[in-house]
Design a binder for this molecule. Structure first.
Ligand SMILES: [Zn+2]
Length: 800
């Protein structure tokens, strides 16, 4: 019987003589096997939380490659055939996310066909079930039809997963750790993807590639840990190897092409026959050697896989001549070159591939040692203690070694002026371009002037005079000193609160665009922040923009020296926390500089942005819970991500500050930074620590309700307070009633109501909102002077 043969074949070991490239070539040409086409009825099949029912249809398998089957296609049997898939996300935030994309908190979809690619035991499982039911019904005729119909799709999808397939198959990964993918054509939802990958942080996901204004987005409908990982039955595997002691020797030629050799030590945690690394797609990887011996390099990527990772970088595989064994330490060397520096005109340059210009295996803290050789007329900025600096034949060589471990090393270059401010052991040095880049230059102004005719009755019109007046170019040095002073003050304040920064000396450098980025010891700040407001393009001024470029951007990036570079997150659902902490730290610096009213102004502006309506009439905030982080950058409302992660993130911390009290809040942030130095953290750890700083007998003592509403959920409530005074003085009763509207039933917030009574300390009553109006009665001796709903604006809400 054929299926038995397939089962046996699936268990065959891999041919050892095969190279990774030969395997890739074989996998790239998948062939569906018309002889392995089965009539299936009521065939249930699951990949952990993904449950499939092939109710009535045909199932065809791919021909084995190296003894393993990696593809299969299900197609329903004509119009009456059917199949179904079920997926139930285990958490509120994930159900909410799924509902935003599909209209339902659970996925329960009938489908027409499913194309499957896998490195796990899917084929073994399916064939076993088919076989257990007795002699299966096969049809070579149907097989040929399906093979013909699906050949190209299977081939395209296999190419999408080729890197992963080669990594798993060549690496000899056991089938129980292999991945499973199904591209499903749903009856109501159309095409979508389902995925199970035991080696991922979140093993289950569902989503699809979607376009908006011709820009592709990968919409992740839901992703979560599969059942055995949720219940603790299985643990996430440690990385197969650790990469440390990263030594980069990079040279920039006169055309600013970068050529580099990156060396590192590898410490395998288990036997490793193939390794995956990430590098910018602008970089070409040449030779890779392990312990001096040439390794095989495979580069290939797909749009889907790239979008899913959300970076512009590509994965490449390295197969050493012999598998690495745990125990010894290995030396790996990569040669790579490419064009990662772009020219913005007027001698302004910027680094495009800031995070991935050298090979990486995950963002982990590692020691670095970096040498750059570059044309001597340029200044090249990178962080670390200076070990060498010399100029020879017009080439300058600089070597720097960061004192502590860093997750990534960045650099920037230009023709700069600089200003330096020292604050005790800390110093900040800000570099500015001497001229603003091309895009910020203004064209000369043209005047057209028709002088009056000297002959008032002349019929001959005078020729108008046209003359141009050169405009004063924007001055990128305008705020150089001010920036240095402000960043140094913020840097000093943060280090008092959060402990030593990633590096004592901070370099600040300009980058064209409207953003900033904070690398250890090196900030990139938008060139607009260097200009006076009057010199900025019209589209970048206005209250919100001015606050951003004048007050928030540089302080936010400086705060990232702690949030992201001293403590950091690994899981995507925790990433919002680093941005929220950086943004709120910037607000604390603003408060110190200008007082609390400016902070209130920024928060009011944030609220306005969050309540703004999109084209479908939904608020920006309703795009999804903050825990989705970058997943909010979906085809629905790509810019909502920014408002939710940064603006709502700052609000969440502002609300937490009100719950903890000012000094507890600051103490908590300090402990969070100091006790996890150079470690990864989770939002859950943050919740637990914050809860331990709540004043005694606080409501919601574990902050679970707080996180449920503000982090896991969506909604900005509309609140209204009414009051009633009954009884006779001095035995009066004040009845407060708080109503909440505009949010879902299960939304609940704790809101302070302040009651002022003559000759008494104002009394704060915390009221917990719910679907029904809540009341609270307090005895008072005299009529209150004032009853105010959240007078200090500590809750993200609209008040009526
Ligand atoms: Zn940030």
């Amino acid at each position: 019987m054929k299926w038995l043969w397939l089962l046996a074949a699936a268990a065959l070991p891999l041919g050892a003589e095969e190279s990774a490239r030969e395997l890739a070539d074989a996998l790239r040409q998948p062939r569906l096997d018309p002889g392995a086409c089965y009539r299936v009825r009521d065939l249930a099949f699951s990949r952990e939380d993904l449950r499939f029912y092939f109710t009535d249809g045909w199932l065809i398998f791919g021909a084995p490659v190296n003894g393993r089957i990696h593809t299969a296609v299900f197609e329903r049997d004509g119009e009456s055939g059917d199949a179904e898939v079920l997926l139930m996300p285990p958490s509120k935030g994930e159900r909410l996310s799924l509902a935003k994309f599909t209209g339902s908190p659970n996925l329960n979809e009938h489908f027409h066909h499913a194309v499957m690619v896998f490195s796990d035991d899917t084929a073994i499982q399916l064939l076993k079930t088919i076989g257990e039911r007795g002699e299966p019904k096969t049809s070579a005729e149907m097989g040929h039809l399906l093979e013909n119909k699906w050949r190209e799709t299977v081939s395209n999808l296999t190419t999408s997963f080729l890197t992963k397939l080669v990594h798993h198959v060549y690496g000899g990964l056991p089938v129980e750790r292999g991945f499973f993918y199904a591209g499903v054509n749903g009856r109501t939802l159309g095409n979508f993807d389902l995925y199970h990958d035991p080696s991922a942080n979140d093993q289950i996901y569902a989503g699809r590639l979607a376009y908006r204004d011709n820009v592709p987005y990968y919409d992740i409908w839901t992703t979560f840990r599969s059942r055995p990982f949720r219940t603790g039955q299985k643990k996430t595997e440690p990385l197969p190897f650790a990469m440390d002691n990263i030594r980069i020797e990079a040279a920039l030629d006169e055309n600013l092409q970068l050529r580099a050799a990156t060396r590192a030590t590898l410490v395998p945690t288990r036997k490793v026959s193939i390794m995956a690394f990430e590098i910018s797609s602008r970089m070409k990887v040449g030779a890779v050697r392990v312990n001096g011996e040439e390794a095989e390099v495979l580069e290939r990527e797909s749009l889907r896989a790239n979008l899913l990772r959300g970076t512009g970088s590509a994965i490449f595989l390295v197969a050493p001549p012999r598998p690495l064994e745990p125990g010894p330490v290995y030396e790996i060397e990569f040669e790579h070159e490419g064009s990662v520096i772009q020219k913005a005109g007027e001698n302004v340059y910027f680094v495009g591939a800031r995070t991935d210009w050298y090979p990486k295996a995950g963002f982990v803290f590692a020691r670095h040692d970096i040498t750059f050789t570059y044309p001597a007329q340029l200044q090249l900025l990178f962080a670390g203690d200076l070990k060498e600096d010399k100029t020879e034949d017009g080439l300058r060589t600089t070597r720097r070694v960061p004192a502590g471990p860093i997750r990534l090393a960045g650099f920037n270059l230009g023709h700069y002026e600089s200003a330096r401010v020292n604050k005790g052991p800390l110093s900040v040095e800000v570099f500015a371009n001497r001229r603003a880049e091309q895009a910020l230059q203004r064209p000369p102004e043209i005047f057209v002037h028709t002088p009056p005719s000297p002959f008032p009755r002349s019929r001959i019109p005078r020729r108008p005079d046209v003359f141009t007046v050169p405009t004063v170019p924007p001055n990128p040095l305008a705020r150089l000193q001010a920036l240095a002073g402000e960043i140094a003050s913020a840097y000093e304040m943060f280090s008092q609160d959060y402990g030593p920064p990633a590096m004592p000396h901070l370099l600040v450098s300009p980058i064209p665009g409207r953003f900033g980025q904070g690398f250890p010891g090196l900030l990139y700040i938008s060139t607009l922040a260097y200009l006076d407001t009057k010199d900025r393009p019209a589209s970048t001024v206005g209250r919100q923009n001015n606050l951003f470029f004048d007050e928030m951007l540089h302080a936010h990036e400086a705060a990232h020296q702690w949030w992201g570079n001293v403590v950091t997150t690994v899981a995507q659902q925790d990433d919002w926390l680093m941005e929220a902490l950086a943004n709120y730290s910037a607000l604390l610096a603003l408060e110190k500089k200008k007082g609390p009213q400016d902070v209130q102004d920024v928060l009011a502006e944030y609220k306005r942005m969050l309540l703004a309506k999109d084209e479908e009439g939904r608020t920006v905030e309703s795009a999804g819970p903050i825990r989705l982080g970058l997943r909010l950058q979906s085809s629905h409302n790509p810019s909502a991500w920014r408002n939710i992660v940064y603006d709502k993130g700052a609000w969440i911390l502002h609300m937490l500050r009100a719950r903890l009290g000012d000094s507890n809040f600051r103490g908590m942030l300090g402990e969070f930074a100091r006790s996890h130095r150079f470690q990864t953290v989770t939002a859950e750890q943050f919740r637990q620590l914050a809860a331990s700083y709540l004043p005694k007998d606080s409501p919601d003592p574990k902050l679970e309700g707080f996180f449920e509403s503000w982090v896991e959920g969506t909604g900005i409530p509309s609140l209204s307070l009414s009051q009633k005074l009954t009884g006779k003085a001095p035995a009066l009763r004040l009845q407060l009633t708080l109503r909440q509207t505009g949010v879902e039933e299960n939304f609940s917030a704790l809101v302070p109501v302040v009651v002022e009574i003559a000759r008494q300390k104002p009394r704060v009553v915390w009221m917990q909102t719910g679907p029904e109006p809540v009341t609270h009665t307090i005895p008072v001796r005299t009529r209150p002077l004032k009853v105010a709903l959240d007078p200090d604006n500590t809750v993200l809400a609209e008040k009526n």
